[in-house]
Ligand binder design. Structure first.
Ligand SMILES: [Zn+2]
Length: 113
């Protein structure tokens, strides 16, 4: 399952931070997910709880912030925001878009004790 692998990745980052910053408990994991990343926030939250149960992130809340997708419109020659892939340019309606951002997922912040 796609989300399961992602959660293991997140926990890996949290554990790495725990080693570096020497904290013992994680309260909140704030995650940024690009609108074009194909990640389902609900599925991710569900998996996170299961994966975190055996780790330092046990009981931590997962907060998800969705960041917009961005693309370069070759017709307008400028950067525009899109909500999903293969969407037309919101400015000119054209389809000559090249996705430049919004596909990534990253841990933005950890709230720890
Ligand atoms: Zn355009």
């Amino acid at each position: 399952m796609h989300e399961m692998a992602l959660c293991e990745g997140i926990i890996g980052i949290v554990e790495e931070e725990a080693r570096k910053r020497a904290f013992a408990k994680v309260n909140v994991v704030c995650l940024e997910i690009g609108a074009l990343s194909h990640v389902a926030p609900e599925a991710l939250k569900f998996c996170f709880e299961a994966v975190a149960a055996r780790t330092i992130a046990r009981g931590a809340r997962l907060e998800i912030v969705e960041t917009p997708g961005t693309a370069w419109c070759m017709d307008c020659s400028r950067s525009v925001e899109i909500r999903q892939r293969y969407e037309p340019c919101p400015s000119c309606g054209g389809y000559h878009l090249q996705v430049t951002g919004g596909e990534e997922m990253r841990v933005r912040e950890l709230e720890v004790d």
